[in-house]
Design a protein around this ligand. Sequence first.
Ligand code: GDP
Ligand code: ZN
Length: 452
Amino acid sequence: MNHDTIVALATATGNGAIAVIRLSGAGAIAIVNKIFKGKDLAQQPSHTIHFGTIRDNGDILDEVLVSVFIAPHSYTGEHVIEISAHNSRYIVERMIQLLIQHGARAAQPGEFTLRAFLNGRLDLSQAEAVADLIASTSAASHQVAIQQMRGGFSTILKQLREQLIQFASLVELELDFSEEDVEFANREQLRVLIAEINDVIQKLIASFERGNVLKNGVPVVIAGRPNVGKSTLLNTLLNEERAIVSDIAGTTRDTIEDEINISGVMFRFIDTAGIRDTHDIIEAKGVERTRAKMRQARLIIYLADPQQDDVDEIKSQIAEVAQLDVPFVVVVNKVDLLKQDKLEALRAIEPLFISAKNNVGVEDLKYELLRKVNLHNLDAEDVLVTNIRHVDALRKTEGALQRVLAGIDSTVTSDFLAMDIRQALHHLGEITGSVSTDDLLDNIFSKFCIGK
Ligand code: GDP
Ligand code: ZN
């Protein structure tokens, strides 16, 4: 257990009723005992809560509830104390100062979770999932984070690693007998195993595309010629949302407002400032720039206005969008102004008909967006990779495994084979943290806030 004891506010600063101050380390119980009056905390069993007062010399600073967690049965694996106090900034600041005076130290960002990792309470990918879970804003991002935190991903990786380790040891055993040309590791079995592992890894890599958009939102671009109604459509989509999230109404537009949660999936309208300001995507001055934006999108809503363009023109616009190779939905706007014959002619394109201004057909459009990205109805067991660091490591693992396969085929010597298997193990281990460097840990945990 760590002998220096860290302290930080675990709850957000702000107007909540209660503030929780957390300590972790060998001295946690003893330090709080010095300023807590009510019970001797050192005599209390783990997972119990005690009422009392926090005192500075004789003065009562606050009435509090103190939760006791005895190592190793705590989040960090160390002694942990949580003090629930009244959430006054003054109380919180003085209490933390008091705890520091009595021997605690202010925690670094992510230090509680770092300790949980170092003490084997969580592996690295689970620790990262804690951050994702706290940051999750939609049902879907919540689901992938909680899956990862509970270890779904880690379990798969551990199994793969164990199988590989067995073979690595067999191959390495051969090195001791190099004169005699023995094979402890059956090459055919090894090939089958590696092919199986590669299969799993490729699926995990492929899941990143879904995992990433679930975590960060599905990037959508609304495209179309000037005045077809792009801004109106975006406003209609956002306005409905605003009815639910009322506290952002009236604020100046920022990125948050451009996110729309549809049935638990977050859609993110990328660079919509551009859409609003230039009012056209296809014919803007920087055609290339806007094309680039469309290519970044996971989905394009192509909006057409039959008051402006005839059916053939719309068709040729669609052909242009199709060339971008990004999934798109063709939407004909201003259906309220549409004459019957033109409507019939447009059916050939199989568009969605809407009126952005009158909020007609917009629900169908939302449904179509969901259907196109195919991200709802996630299976709770689905393991999705959401972290770019993990995909990187998986790709490197895959590379090493390919070398192992090539090595088996060209019957390279055991030492080369062993080296590539060890490489693959190394990269797999980077994900869960069985292999980690101080730099890597720094990089991950410094992104956490203080108190987490
Ligand atoms: P943008 O240039 O594509 O962003 O187009 P705007 O959203 O600025 O809309 C251009 C014009 O079309 C505005 O006057 C809108 O009020 C109008 N408009 C948008 N949607 C509809 C609709 O569904 N029906 C009708 N009649 N007019 C619409
Ligand atoms: Zn516009």
